[in-house]
Ligand binder design. Structure first.
Ligand code: PA5
Length: 329
């Protein structure tokens, strides 16, 4: 099995693979619901954030009650293993509702079903952990959404170039140094990642990478919503507990001025007595490149946190145990 470091180094090529992908013939659709969980679901969140047409991310069993009343909806089911219970249940609900289905999978039951039913299928290369296949999965979903004419420019080419620069040839690029600095401040702490708009999707990626790679709790504070609840939610914690929290803000020059002016007071109120560890600014011009530039710093920081904590970033024993308990292959 490859190390997680080696997997992360393949990210730029994953974006390039998706950029060159030949898209299967797609059903006519005017909206899309992307169904997938965890590392396979984040592509739907990215697509829902950057698409110009109606694209929704669904994470759970079945489909939302409104799914069949969407005009000409297609369900894009994404699962790296192809065996995730919730995603297969969404596919079943889509069949029952008579909706078009398109699959993105690395094998398993989802691939078998798509081949047997003649649904359009994008098969992504296997051998990685699902979360390390971010470029394949997100890229495939974006190309499908583009094929459905719900997104004009995917930004995959720019995301590849920028990620390559940030990671560096031997994982020694400028992104690595920034990530190491942030990881030093976050070591032994619970991370809160603040973000808004495209940066909020990147913050969610940070959270899940810190959870799964570094085996550490992490939470997202989305602005401006957090200003209406979360800033109240820390004040009764004792100062010793608050000192175990580290806050990172993900910023984007394209964020509206009214959002930008919230970061300083929000993080100060969120973290009184805690540590404001730093800010990361998005780079690039396309929305995907800006998300990818923020996300890759989180990937690298999570690897440094894992190394410093002495845990294996690849292993996801708890996730696998739960899936076994529920009878997933
Ligand atoms: O990162 C992980 O391993 C998980 O979040 C999985 O992506 C999630 O459990 C869904 O599995 P799959 O990606 O195989 O559909």
């Amino acid at each position: 099995m490859m190390t997680m470091e080696a997997m992360i180094q393949t990210l730029p090529d994953q974006y390039r693979w998706a950029d060159r992908l030949s898209i299967p013939d797609l059903p006519p659709a005017r909206s899309a619901i992307v169904c997938g969980m965890g590392g396979s679901g984040i592509g739907g969140q990215v697509a829902a954030t950057i698409a110009e047409g109606p694209v929704f991310s669904h994470k759970g069993y079945g489909l939302p009650a409104w799914a069949s009343s969407l005009p000409d909806a297609v369900v894009i089911a994404t699962s790296y293993s192809g065996n995730t219970e919730e995603t297969l249940s969404a596919v079943e609900a889509a069949r029952e509702a008579g909706l078009h289905i398109v699959a993105v999978a690395g094998g398993g039951q989802l691939s078998e079903l798509a081949l047997a039913q003649n649904w359009p299928l994008v098969e992504v290369p296997g051998g990685l952990q699902p979360r390390a296949a971010f470029g394949y999965l997100t890229g495939a979903v974006l190309r499908l959404v583009q094929g459905l004419e719900l997104l004009d420019d995917t930004g995959l080419d720019e995301a590849a170039t920028l990620t390559d620069e940030l990671i560096g040839a031997d994982l020694d690029g400028p992104g690595r140094h920034l990530a190491d600095d942030l990881a030093e401040g976050l070591a032994g702490k619970i991370t809160v990642i603040a973000g808004s708009g495209i940066a909020s999707v990147a913050a969610y990626r940070w959270k899940t990478q810190i959870n799964e790679n570094a085996k550490t709790p992490a939470f997202v504070a989305t602005l401006p919503e957090a200003d209406h609840n979360e800033i109240e939610g820390w004040s009764t914690l004792g100062s010793a507990l608050r000192r175990t929290v580290g806050v990172v803000s993900l910023r984007d020059e394209a964020e509206p001025e009214r959002i930008g002016r919230r970061f300083e007071p929000t993080t100060r109120l969120l973290s009184e007595g805690a540590t404001i560890v730093g800010e990361v600014w998005a780079q690039g011009s396309s929305p995907l490149a800006r998300i990818a530039s923020l996300a890759v710093i989180g990937d690298l920081a999570s690897l440094r946190l894992a190394r410093d904590a002495g845990v294996d970033p690849v292993a996801v024993d708890a996730i696998q145990e739960l899936k076994r308990t529920l009878g997933e292959p």
